[in-house]
Design a protein around this ligand. Structure first.
Ligand code: G3P
Ligand code: MG
Length: 353
């Protein structure tokens, strides 16, 4: 895939799209998102504008998510254009590549981590299945759980839960079974080893994001990863003498926006050629403007504003924010109804509509 290369168009702007509440609500495209994205491609399907998705969601590998989004939105999306809450977990590979780690969240958290290269990862679901009655209300749960035999990726080395010590825990996406996950995480984080063992130091705990609420398929906001973190932290701190220690990734952390800028720059320099000035060699131009289109003032808009130049924030009314004017606490540079309106504004402002 190549960006349109002309001497007049130098790709000195880029766009980051939030997903939940801007592009999709649940699995359904909203706000004219397919039409909006199509405007970023030329007639032969080549990309005209460097853009990516910057979501705090996740639970599936970026390769799969890119395929899923391409099908839903009718454009060809590359895995490098998908930055999820857990994408920065890759940077922890050096530390934990061959260590025993556990991962939880909706989707397939163990697959996400193993695709990043972590060699010894178990989902909390699988880990819990080795300890009979670890979840005291398990027998009252009416939903189906996965049999152990179906849980493991065959190529993964076996982890011996009785002898391997857990070196870190990762909350990859919104947990499905909060009760079980809070119980199991409290067990292993308190003991630093097997559930019920004497207290050792707490293994590191990483969250992919910290959204208190987000826009899913239900008409009003739903509790997100930040709500789960609050619940876990408050319970842990009541039953353990030392407070819970953790690191949260995701927006609004400015490093996420800096990382997005670096990825957009790679997309720009690998594809945006200005043949007349550079003998056909790729060259990256500093971005004049990077647009963040989001629905959550305290996540998308706050993050873009804290990061500063070259970010310009656009708030849509299709998700968490539904106000008439601007958000009082984190006012965006522009408020629009939909993502389609946002893209229209950008292309007119950049004189390429
Ligand atoms: O679980 C997803 C949620 O935390 C927010 O996703 O796309 O609005 O950043 P997004
Ligand atoms: Mg959102």
């Amino acid at each position: 895939m190549r960006f349109l290369a002309t001497t007049s168009f130098r790709c000195d702007f880029g766009i980051a799209f939030d997903i939940d509440g801007v592009i999709l609500r649940g699995p359904v495209p909203i706000g004219g998102s397919p039409q909006a994205l199509r405007r970023l491609y030329g007639n032969s399907g080549e990309l005209k504008v460097p853009y990516l998705f910057l979501t705090n969601g996740g639970g599936i590998p970026e390769t799969k998510r890119a395929k899923e989004l391409s099908e839903l939105l009718g454009v060809n999306i590359m895995p490098s254009q998908v930055v999820q809450g857990h994408s920065p977990f890759r940077n922890l590979l050096k530390k934990f590549e061959n260590e025993f780690i556990i991962a939880t969240g909706k989707g397939d958290p163990a697959l996400v981590m193993s695709e990043y290269g972590f060699k010894k990862v178990l989902s909390v679901e699988e880990y819990a299945s080795y300890f009979e009655n670890i979840d005291p209300v398990f027998q009252y749960k009416r939903w189906k759980t996965t049999p152990i035999s179906d849980m493991k990726t065959p190529s993964m080395p076996r982890c011996d839960v009785s002898s391997d010590r857990i070196k870190a825990a990762f909350v990859v996406s919104d947990p499905v079974d909060w009760g079980r996950d809070i119980q199991v995480l409290c067990d292993v984080l308190r003991s630093g080893n097997l559930p019920g063992d004497a207290n050792r130091s707490q293994p590191p705990l990483y969250f992919a994001a910290d959204d208190l609420e987000y826009q899913a398929a239900f008409p009003t906001k739903r509790l997100g990863l930040g709500a789960f973190r609050t619940a876990l932290e408050s319970i842990f701190n009541r039953i353990n003498p030392k407070s819970l220690e953790y690191v949260s990734y995701g927006k609004p952390n400015p490093f996420v926006f800096k990382n997005a800028e670096a990825i957009l720059r790679q997309l720009q320099s690998s594809s945006c050629l200005d043949h007349s000035e550079n003998n056909g060699m790729s060259e990256s131009h500093p971005f004049r403007t990077l647009y963040m289109i989001g629905d959550n003032p305290s996540v998308d808009i706050k993050g873009a504003q804290q990061t500063g130049h070259p970010w310009f924030s656009i708030l849509t009314r299709t998700g968490v924010f539904r106000g008439n004017d601007n958000d009082a606490e984190f006012p965006a540079d522009l408020v629009v109804d939909t993502v389609e309106e946002a893209v229209d504004f950008i292309l007119k402002r950049e004189c390429i509509s």
